[in-house]
Design a binder for this molecule. Structure first.
Ligand code: FES
Length: 241
């Protein structure tokens, strides 16, 4: 079977604007989009640029837009697309560095802002932490995030407000706030109670659609909003957490 890969190309050093280039790719095997891109690069155009690492849907680096849908190139099988033409585009909302490689600095900056790691108070149990299943259940959905950037890229609020933290960072914040090992206080994350933070979300749910791991970041933002309201009321009535 012959497929036409219509790939968005752009080299800011030499091109005035992005353009599509067609490549023919022939296979009767059920190859992944990533395997096809690697073959095209190896056999047809060595300058074709894209990111990948694990090839097992774990690292998140091969996220791109495939026939209009956000997905990981390494886990998308060509035959599953049921189309002889496959359009490949880089993640939107981020500047193209070259072809399918985008500048993810704004995404990492937003993530860094919420301090995405467990903040203990130094009181670590001698035999380590033991977390109950019901506590794991509260955060498991968000632990699955592989930081591929698809949700950030799909978010219409990010496209209009570059200061908005975006779905991945806010859902990740909830993941730590709900983690029983994390001892951060409301005052430590109350700063995201702004239009650039938790109240910036317009609940359009594009992030839920885009996530290749079913993390449903919009659910996390909603839960974080509820938590912030509760904490705010508590703080007004001076009730300790
Ligand atoms: Fe790691 Fe695709 S290469 S997720």
């Amino acid at each position: 079977m012959e497929y036409t890969f219509r790939i968005l190309r752009f080299d800011p050093q030499t091109d005035e604007s992005p353009y599509f280039q067609n490549f023919l790719f022939e296979t009767d095997l059920n190859k992944s989009i990533l395997e096809a891109l690697m073959t095209i690069r190896n056999e047809q155009d060595g300058s074709l640029s894209f990111r990948y690492s694990c090839r097992e849907a774990i690292c998140g680096s091969c996220a791109m837009v495939i026939n209009g849908r956000f997905d990981l190139a390494c886990r998308t099988e060509i035959q599953s697309l049921n189309s002889p033409q496959i359009v490949i585009e880089p993640l939107p909302n981020m500047e193209i560095q070259k072809d399918l490689v985008v500048d993810m600095d704004p995404f990492w900056k937003a993530l860094h802002a919420i301090k995405p790691y467990v903040q203990s108070n130094g009181d670590i149990p001698e035999n380590g932490y033991r977390i109950e299943d019901r506590e794991i259940d509260k955060i498991f959905q968000y632990v699955n995030c592989i930081l591929c950037g698809s949700c950030y890229s799909a978010c219409p609020v990010v496209s209009r407000n570059e200061d908005y933290l975006g779905p991945a960072a806010l859902a990740k914040l909830l993941r730590f706030v709900k983690d029983p090992r994390d001892k951060r206080l409301f005052a430590d994350y109350a700063g995201v109670s702004t239009k650039d933070g938790v109240w910036g979300c317009h609940t359009i749910f594009k992030c839920n659609e885009a996530c290749p791991k079913d993390v449903r970041p919009a659910d996390g933002i909603e839960a974080l909003r509820r938590k912030m309201v509760v904490e705010k009321v508590k703080s007004l009535f001076r009730i300790n957490r």
